[in-house]
Design a protein around this ligand. Structure first.
Ligand code: AKB
Length: 312
């Protein structure tokens, strides 16, 4: 990876991905793009351009102008927003990805890395240790677009030789940029409220279990997969796992350090989305084929999250 373009760079994952890639490859080699106004940290560590992934010409121009060899495509609509406006989620997630794939092929980009999600799994999937390779029957529009996206990555790899890579993210917990429109956002909200000394009403039941990962591991996974030896990869898409946590377990972990933090539970329509996803997923293939293993467990994550939020 010499010249890297990141779409959706101002989002929850894009922001921290930018900082890490800039540290590894140099600020001058990172081109960040988004339709949002960038935070100072993005301007500091990259060249920022306003770019809408729905505009193929703008995308192609950025790739040519900066001689891009690797794209991290992070722009996407998440599950909860997707259920409020399925057509919008379809347009951004499907057409956005198609535009990136087409431009990458036409402009001879070498590698395209883009996240998928545990949302590819539906209620028929095994709830525990869901395997990498099983029938994918999601019941959300977000999940549908992620399944179709995975198939497109495979298609462009086989047909055009574009080196596409993806991993199925669980809910990501992070301190720097708040997530937006996801079902797993409640877990980040716990920390943000606890750090501000506020209580929180959670929108899923306390015994709701979902797979989660701390941001540092999420970034490590994406960059390790991007740099993995292609000869070892037997597929284009990987489950990655770190922790399976109930909402209540996260709250209890925070209460060890913030005993006054209190959480109520009042489930809304997002409960149905959470219930359609696995409790935990198996990442055996990621471990075997590119040596994936997470660094953070719940307590380590809670300590670091609260420390970082305290300095903000
Ligand atoms: C969401 O909740 O929509 C995302 C995801 C699990 O992909 N965080």
């Amino acid at each position: 990876m010499k010249k890297i373009l990141i779409t959706g760079a101002c989002g929850q994952i894009g922001t921290e991905l930018t900082i890490k890639l800039a540290e590894m490859y140099g600020d001058e080699n990172i081109i960040t793009t988004d339709i949002q106004k960038p935070p100072a940290v993005i301007r500091e560590h990259s060249k920022f351009e306003y770019l809408n992934v729905m505009d193929t010409d703008q995308l192609a121009k950025a790739v040519v102008d900066h001689d891009i060899d690797t794209i991290f495509h992070m722009a996407a609509i998440l599950s909860a927003t997707g259920e409020k406006n399925p057509k919008f989620a379809y347009d951004i997630n499907m057409q956005g990805l198609m535009n990136v794939l087409e431009v990458a092929c036409r402009k001879r980009v070498k590698k395209l890395v883009t996240p998928s999600s545990i949302a590819v799994f539906g209620p028929d999937a095994p709830k525990q240790n869901t395997p990498n390779e099983i029938p994918l029957n999601p019941t959300t529009m977000y999940g549908v677009t992620k399944v179709a996206g995975e198939k497109l990555l495979q298609y462009y790899y086989l047909k055009f030789g574009l080196d596409t890579r993806s991993l199925r993210y669980p809910g990501i917990i992070s301190s720097e940029t708040a997530p937006g429109g996801g079902t797993t956002d409640y877990a980040v909200d716990f920390y943000l409220h606890a750090a501000r000394g506020e209580n929180y009403t959670c929108f899923v039941e306390k015994d709701t279990v979902l797979p989660f990962m701390y941001m540092a591991d999420a970034i490590k996974a994406l960059i390790d997969l991007a740099n993995a030896d292609n000869n070892r990869l037997r597929r284009r898409v990987y489950n990655v796992s770190a922790m399976a946590l109930s909402a209540e377990e996260v709250v209890t972990s925070i209460q060890q350090y913030k005993p006054d933090f209190h959480c109520d539970y009042n489930a809304d329509s997002r409960q149905k989305i959470a219930d359609s996803w696995p409790d935990s997923i198996s990442d055996k293939e990621a471990r075997d084929e590119w040596d994936w293993s997470p660094d953070y467990d719940l307590d380590k994550m809670t300590r670091e999250m609260l420390e970082r939020l305290a300095t903000k």
